[in-house]
Ligand binder design. Structure first.
Ligand code: GLN
Length: 306
């Protein structure tokens, strides 16, 4: 049905990403991530019909990190957790993902669900709704990707816990404003456990497909209403790549979510979900290679939301 040659577009996008090799820095503030190969690259695309295309290391698992925040938000909304919007905003922060400054002036209500502060609140909300936030994310990813092996890399989670002073500060500050339902330690454990999930580009493209299908899961049951799917995509576009969301929208023109493991999951509503991965990051914490590849893909194909 689709005349687009996705395989060729992915090959060309990988060639564009290859030109960025050597630029960007691997996240080393989480020591367990510092060993990632800065030259690695992979990209996968899953169509709404369920076809999967890939290039490079598209089946190699990596640490999904903040890409998990897309799934925590979607699962909260799927569980009827609309009240989460009283606890977290939906404006771009214009600040780094781990910034503390706005929380003080904004009384412990994080700007959006995708900066760390916001994701901590969303994780807390999901934990109260389900009794196991990270478990819910893992189960969802397994079901959508069809990969039962997908799971948390506990070495990465432990590394984050050990070095997570900033996240602990954010969580305590939020708690001081009465905006956490569960104990700080519980929320941080859950947060790290979903950030430290290891998944491949193919897994994530398949798992993101529900947003390209206006809320429908792989088994055709509805996860989100069409309106909530629209809303999640909108917040991804405006906030999914932190203080570089404007640049990402300018270059790529798709809703997308990045993580410091080097992955970026982007949504082409009505058509496909794409995931690109390369561990070298720019100053905002977004993968240089993955953004370059997505930029090349949408620029060459004209496939974007604009
Ligand atoms: N787990 C990471 C952290 O809390 C997630 C950051 C990211 O991927 N941007 O710092």
């Amino acid at each position: 049905m689709d005349a687009v040659d996705y395989q060729q577009l992915l090959s060309d996008a990988m060639a564009a990403a290859r030109r960025t090799v050597g630029t960007g820095r691997v996240a080393d503030y989480i020591p367990a991530l510092a060993a990632a190969d800065p030259d690695a690259f992979g990209m996968a695309l899953a169509t709404v019909e369920g076809e999967v295309f890939g290039v490079g290391a598209w089946e190699q698992p990596f640490s999904i990190q903040s890409i998990s925040k897309l799934f925590t938000l979607a699962l909260v909304l799927a569980e009827g957790g609309d009240a989460v919007w009283q606890r977290v905003g939906r404006e771009p922060s214009g600040n780094p993902f781990n910034s503390l400054v706005q929380l003080e002036t904004e009384q412990g209500i994080p700007r959006n669900p995708f900066i760390n502060a916001g994701a901590i609140v969303v994780t807390d909300h999901l934990h109260s709704l389900t009794g196991g936030a990270a478990h819910a994310v893992r189960e969802f990813l397994r079901a959508e990707s069809g990969n039962p092996m997908l799971g948390t890399d506990w070495e990465v989670a432990a590394s984050e816990t050990e070095h997570g002073h900033r996240n602990a500060a954010l969580a305590h500050f939020i708690a001081s404003h009465g905006n956490l339902l569960n104990p700080v330690e519980t929320v941080l454990d859950e947060y790290y456990a979903h950030c430290a999930i290891a998944a491949s580009c193919a897994d994530l493209a398949l798992a993101g497909r529900f947003l390209a299908r206006y809320g429908l899961r792989a088994d055709d049951t509805r996860l989100l209403s069409r309106s909530d799917a629209k809303r999640v995509n909108a917040v991804l576009l405006t906030c999914g790549t932190y203080d570089a969301a404007g640049e990402f929208a300018f270059r790529v023109g798709l809703p997308g979510k990045s993580g410091v493991g080097g992955g970026v999951l982007a949504i082409l509503p009505g058509r496909a979900a794409l995931c690109a991965w390369g561990p070298g990051l720019d100053r905002a914490g977004n993968s240089v290679g993955a953004v370059a590849a997505l930029d090349a893909f949408t620029t060459a194909s004209g496939l974007s939301v604009f």
